[in-house]
Design a protein around this ligand. Structure first.
Ligand code: NAD
Length: 468
């Protein structure tokens, strides 16, 4: 059978569309199948539109504190529909951008729902076309980049109904602004929405089953984040597991178990943000015998599955569930297919949460480093001792660095504060280049910038901090 394409990518999120572009650059005849919108969740329903919402919330918060800057903004207010509309326009612009990139790189976009069947030299891809009919395509390689969706737990009612019980999708396009909101889960999704809705005045309570918020972060960051968010009026119920969520007469009722005691909370709306499930259904994975572990496709360090010609990248292939991990894997996978890849990916993956203040981190937490049996040198530097932060009225938060005492290698860096999501890349570069404390100390950080706190936190780990 003649081959229709060299490569078919299923799913056009940041993993899939990036893989397709790299494949086209490497001369592969490439197609991408998308059942909904080009750009996937990230561009249409995740990373990007939430950042637009959060920017509106952040500016509104600043407007409410205009007097701190010697400015006068009397009774600032907002037009909720326009805030939402701006976020949708931003998503649409990026969705259009992916369409442009596909055309520019001569990648055929196939609109429809894909599934796979046995084929040779790779699985066949059968697409039920949005326009009607279907196409059966044979190619050399298939990359599965189908992403993930909000985890729902029907047994206890943690299921979005689009009206009163929201998943992230509903929370991004609400019909009205809720006066009160319960957020179930204190990961990035829960806290970003908590931050946005609180900034616009909702009464927000976050419920977290574990004993701290942002449980994947360093403990000190979790504690500082909780304090900073509480200062803004967000309430927290920690070590409180939601055992039932139901619609009430006017809103929602959440039953939770806190230290063995059952309690109920009421609000107008609830957001379910208890993690995500990979999109592995109805793809033909069973028929092909694709190995699955804990709901994710199992891959090797080059993103290959156990089935010849089939690769998987991004959320569908397991954690961390981050767009930049997906796109990085996409490029590596395609370069590997083309025989042009370097060694398996080993670059550490930064994580960012866009609350106010922001949280960003990379590498090991202090606890993880110690659990690994390493002796560590830990440094900290508060933004309240940083000139630019004082000038900008962004003195909340700090930078924490963790070095290996023996080798001086930077093991991890953790930050909370203004624009730290932009700064973490400095530490990412340092870790990719396997920098030690000596190289970070010898690096010149521009003044005045908040990034100087990264330098100072590194100096602090070795007892030579300058500005505290
Ligand atoms: P998450 O897994 O990060 O957090 C979910 C939280 O819900 C956990 O802390 C968990 O303990 C808690 N939980 C689970 N069941 C509960 C219950 N019954 N009662 C109370 N609490 C409960 O998941 P998420 O926030 O939904 O995000 C999903 C993924 O998407 C994450 O991996 C996240 O990193 C990624 N994401 C990243 C960003 C970003 O980088 N800014 C933004 C959004 C999502």
């Amino acid at each position: 059978m003649a081959l229709d394409f060299d490569l078919i990518v299923i799913g056009s999120g940041p993993g899939g569309y990036t893989a397709a572009i790299r494949a086209a650059q490497l001369g592969m005849k490439t197609a991408i199948v998308e059942r909904e919108l080009l750009g996937g969740i990230c561009l249409n329903w995740g990373c990007i539109p939430t950042k637009a919402l959060l920017k509106s919330g952040e500016i509104f918060e600043t407007m409410n504190h205009a007097a701190d800057y010697g400015l006068i903004a009397e009774k600032p207010t907002y037009d909720f529909a326009k805030v939402i509309d701006r976020s949708r326009k931003v998503a649409k612009q990026l969705n259009g951008g992916v369409g442009f990139l596909m055309k520019k790189n001569k990648i055929e976009v196939i609109e429809g729902v894909a599934r796979m069947e046995k084929g040779d030299p790779a699985p066949k891809v059968v697409v039920d076309l949005r326009a009607g009919g279907s196409r059966t395509l044979q190619c050399k390689y298939v990359i599965l980049a189908t992403g993930a969706r909000a985890k729902e737990i029907p047994a206890i009612g943690l299921v979005g109904d689009g009206d009163r019980i929201w998943t992230y999708r509903d929370a991004m396009t609400p019909k009205a602004h809720p006066a009160s909101l319960l957020v179930i889960g204190s990961g990035a999704i829960g806290l970003e929405f908590a931050s946005f809705y609180r900034a616009l005045g909702s009464n927000v309570t976050v419920i977290e089953a574990l004993d701290r918020i942002l449980p994947v972060e360093d403990e000190e960051i979790s504690a500082a984040a909780q304090k900073a968010l509480e200062k803004r009026g967000i309430k927290f119920r920690i070590s409180a597991k939601v055992t039932k969520l139901a619609k009430s007469k006017d809103g929602v009722t959440v039953t939770l178990d806190a230290s063995g005691k059952s309690e109920t909370l009421e609000a107008e709306r609830a957001i379910v943000a208890v993690g995500i499930d990979a999109n592995i259904e109805k793809l033909g994975l069973d028929t092909l015998g694709v190995k699955i572990d804990r709901g994710h496709v199992v891959t090797d360090p080059h993103c290959a599955t156990n089935v010849k010609g089939l690769y998987a990248i991004g959320d569908v292939a397991g954690p961390p569930w981050l767009a930049h991990k997906a796109s990085h894997e996409g490029v590596h996978c395609v370069e590997h297919i083309a025989g042009k890849a370097g060694p398996p990916i080993k670059a550490p993956i930064p994580g960012c949460t866009y609350t106010t203040p922001q949280v960003a981190s990379i590498g090991l937490t202090e606890t993880q480093a110690k659990k690994d049996g390493r002796k560590v040198k830990v440094g900290r530097f508060p933004f309240r001792a940083n000139g630019k932060a004082i000038a900008s009225n962004e003195t909340e938060g700090f930078v924490k660095t963790i070095f290996d005492e023996q080798t001086g290698a930077l093991l991890g860096a953790h930050m909370i504060g203004g624009e730290v999501t932009e700064m973490i890349q400095g530490f990412a570069l340092a870790m990719t280049l396997e920098a030690t404390e000596a190289e970070i100390m010898a690096t010149v950080f521009p003044h005045p910038t908040m990034s100087e706190a990264m330098h100072e936190a590194s100096l602090d780990a070795y007892g030579i901090v300058l500005n505290t």
